[in-house]
Design a protein around this ligand. Sequence first.
Ligand code: ADP
Ligand code: ASP
Ligand code: MG
Length: 450
Amino acid sequence: MIVAKFGGTSVADAAAIGRLIGIVRSRAADGPVVVVSALARVTDGLLALAPVVHAGNSAALDAAIAALVDRHAAAARELPGATLALPAIAEDAAALRRELAAALGRMLRPAELDALAGRGELWSSRLVAAALEAAGLAATWVDIRPMMVTDDRHGRATPYMQALGDRARECLRPLVDGGRVPVTQGFIGATVDGAPTTLGRGGSDFTAALLGAVLDVERVEIWTDVNGLMTADPRIVPSARTLRAASYEEAAELATFGAKVLHPATAQPLVRSGIPIIVLNSTRPEDPGTTIEPSAELERMGDSPVRSISWKPGITVVNVRAPRMLGAFGFLRAMFEVFERHEVVVDVLASGEVSVSLTVEDRTRLDAVVRDLAELGEVWVEDHRAIIAVVGIGIRSTPGLAARLFRAVQPANVEVISQGASAINMTFVVREEDGPDVVRRLHQEFFGSC
Ligand code: ADP
Ligand code: ASP
Ligand code: MG
């Protein structure tokens, strides 16, 4: 058995779904479980309805829902047999319309936002299942929500592995053993009470890995729009090259620091089993892609151990200056307790003689954090920053590498240098507007092209 996950661009339209059919057909003997994302940009389009609902604009709401449904109808019309999916999509869109109409004039609650955001996966999976079936592959549409039982942290829910394992094995194994191809949704789940949840943006990769782990598959294939994990985002560095192999740790570091090609948690469920993740390009299915596995042989990509550079914009730096407290017992604990209390995730930490700097991505609870931190010392916040991560084999212990790195970055100003313990990455903070240029400079320095 394998899991084959198709991202938004790999199901974006009829042509993409046509390619998906060819790929699934070529895997038929492997017993594929197909996981799909929403059609490209549909999740964004759905979430954009929230302010329309808040503004009470019923006409705009109807038009926007109709346009989203239309994208599915247009794709279906070009795929033989796929129009059979349209009544189910239309029915669900009508239900969505009713739910949102009942909320006109107010902000949607987190649970309602999840019910909204997850519609794209429900619709795309209907479309893909119908298209596969019509192409002669025995596809069965499977609602993942009763299997993907999660906690109730809407927008970033955590699945319960035991329940997922029991239910996925019970539901999916017999289908695959019977020669059928289950087609299910990434990204979404539901609480024990059945309230819809989502696993966080980009979470379909995580779904694929979770299913791969509990079904103990041979491999998890992540089909996307690039050739695999690359030396940098090819949108920023067109000459970026593909890594043939990578470790789980590398993939996690790159993803955590902005490489959107994988959700940061993807490798996590597979650590114990060592099941490989293969990142593949759905427009060039014959290319080998990147194999991510614990025993990967990591090749050098240039004249140094550096293997990839990623960046993450939209970062806020929180600085706490507490000259008398910094060395004192319990200061750092008190500081972290503030972040924990407000459930704000800290990515990078750097401490100096008298101050500590931390980076956060989510600004929603930042005001409350700053208020509480002010009891510990002087606090100031810097917005519009970006984290740059340079990832490679043992790069922290490579003599001269840091000097070379910071020379290459000039004249951009480096603001926070992380002192984390990971041997495979070096992270620092720059102004957001400098980010792409810094990535290009580093790529030029370490891989000789940009
Ligand atoms: P999908 O819809 O298939 O999940 P995503 O858009 O989430 O695809 O992720 C693929 C994108 O990730 C690529 O188009 C590329 O621009 C971006 N990306 C960022 N960093 C990297 C990297 N290091 N290697 C490959 N792709 C990257
Ligand atoms: N469709 C979801 C998103 O856009 C999940 C995913 O694509 O992985 O975030
Ligand atoms: Mg993605």
